[in-house]
Design a protein around this ligand. Structure first.
Ligand code: GDD
Ligand code: MG
Length: 360
């Protein structure tokens, strides 16, 4: 079986992180976001994953070479000359997706995280027999997503992308299994699967929805990235994942890369991920936060509800909190308070930031 992952969005909502790295490659729980998806696809027997890309081909080619070898799976790059939206890339990759056998294929957004029940989705799709089945989940604010109205057997009666008025709280989780027939609806031009293809297929009674068991989050923006981390680490805990850290300095669910160094008398957790080659000094306090690869947090600093980008440095006795997002290679001098600031890559923070703002 094959799968296509849509990796071509600009990831603007995840800035400043996406100023340094394409969104699909930003590490979530210490792995590039799409590695969670590629591993799940491999686990259900996918032999080939097509990455539909619209920009930064060099970075994606390097990624392909590294991870094809590490995961032993074929990764094919399908490059758009102009961004083709969320449906156009399927038309562009048509020959790769439809080999004439009629076999369905998976399509995933690159920024969604869940337990990926892909086998169940495939079985559900085969049992219903339409052109496509979408995983759906319930959220409090459906207006930010694609919304579906379904019948009791899962048939989708209507699909509406980001509706202004409430129609249903069941939303498109961004994970589909599609049969090749749906490709006949998609022209080779920039086009949206959510605004053009799904509404039409639903009107023809060709779309089904399977309710996703377990957690789900679109981690394409910083606050959701942290919420997704909490849910993902809890799911690892429920499944007794051995990678979760244990020891007297850890509280709740914490992920520490094996190469990271942790000082004495720290208190770390709950809900923290510490990436490759990070150095955490003595007495540091971390909760609900992400330290990307190469981050250094000096002694007695405190970081809460924040994301610290690659190779950034937090000075001794600093306090960083309230959804602060530091881009790559940001330096924060000793003893400063950083309240909810968004700091662009390669900046040095030399003064306390009392109120949330963007540091350009
Ligand atoms: N190849 C390619 N080309 N990919 C693209 C393009 C493009 O021109 N534009 C967007 N993408 C990719 C993004 O990288 C992402 O993986 C996916 O398409 C969806 O784009 P987002 O920008 O993340 O969309 P969204 O989060 O606002 O909404 C989508 O996801 C929701 C679930 O998280 C929709 O599918 C909603 O219906 C859905 O509920
Ligand atoms: Mg998204």
């Amino acid at each position: 079986m094959k799968a296509l992952i849509l990796v071509g969005g600009y990831g603007t909502r995840l800035r400043p992180l996406t100023l340094s790295c394409p969104k699909p490659l930003v590490e979530f729980a210490n792995k590039p976001m799409i590695i969670h998806q590629i591993q799940a696809l491999k686990a259900v027997g996918c032999a080939e994953v097509i990455l539909a890309i619209a920009y930064q081909p060099e970075v994606m080619l390097t990624f392909k070479e590294e991870w094809e070898a590490k995961l032993d799976i074929k990764i094919t790059i399908s490059q758009e000359n102009v961004p083709m939206g969320t449906a156009g890339p399927l038309a562009l990759a048509r020959e790769l997706l439809d080999d004439g056998s009629g076999e369905p294929f998976f399509v995933l957004n690159s920024d969604v995280i869940c337990e990926f029940p892909l086998n169940d989705l495939l079985e559900f799709h085969k049992s219903r027999g339409g052109e496509g089945t979408l995983l759906v989940t319930q959220v409090e604010d459906p207006s930010r997503y694609g919304v579906v109205v379904t019948e009791a057997d899962g048939k989708i009666k209507a699909f509406m992308e980001k509706p202004k008025e409430f129609v249903s709280d069941k939303i498109n989780a961004g994970i589909y299994v599609l049969s090749p027939q749906i490709l006949n609806r998609i022209e080779l031009r920039p086009t949206s699967i959510e605004r053009e293809v799904f509404p039409a297929a639903a009107a023809d009674n060709q779309l089904y929805a399977m309710v996703l068991p377990g957690y789900w989050m679109d981690v394409g923006q910083p606050t959701d990235f942290l919420k997704g981390l909490v849910l993902h680490l809890e799911s690892m805990n429920i499944h007794h994942h051995r990678e979760l850290a244990s020891g007297s300095c850890f509280v709740g669910n914490v992920l520490v890369h094996p190469s990271a160094k942790i000082g004495k008398d720290c208190l770390i957790g709950p809900d923290v991920s510490i990436g490759e080659d990070c150095e955490i000094g003595d007495g540091v306090r971390l909760s609900t936060c992400v330290a990307m690869r190469g981050v250094k947090v000096k002694k007695y600093a405190k970081v809460a509800n924040s994301i610290i980008g690659w190779h950034s440095r937090i000075g001794a006795w600093c306090r960083v909190e309230n959804n602060a997002i530091l881009g790559e290679n940001v330096g924060v001098k000793d003893e400063l308070y950083v309240n909810g600031a968004i700091v662009l890559p390669h900046k040095d923070v030399k003064e306390t930031i009392q109120e949330p703002k963007i540091i350009l």
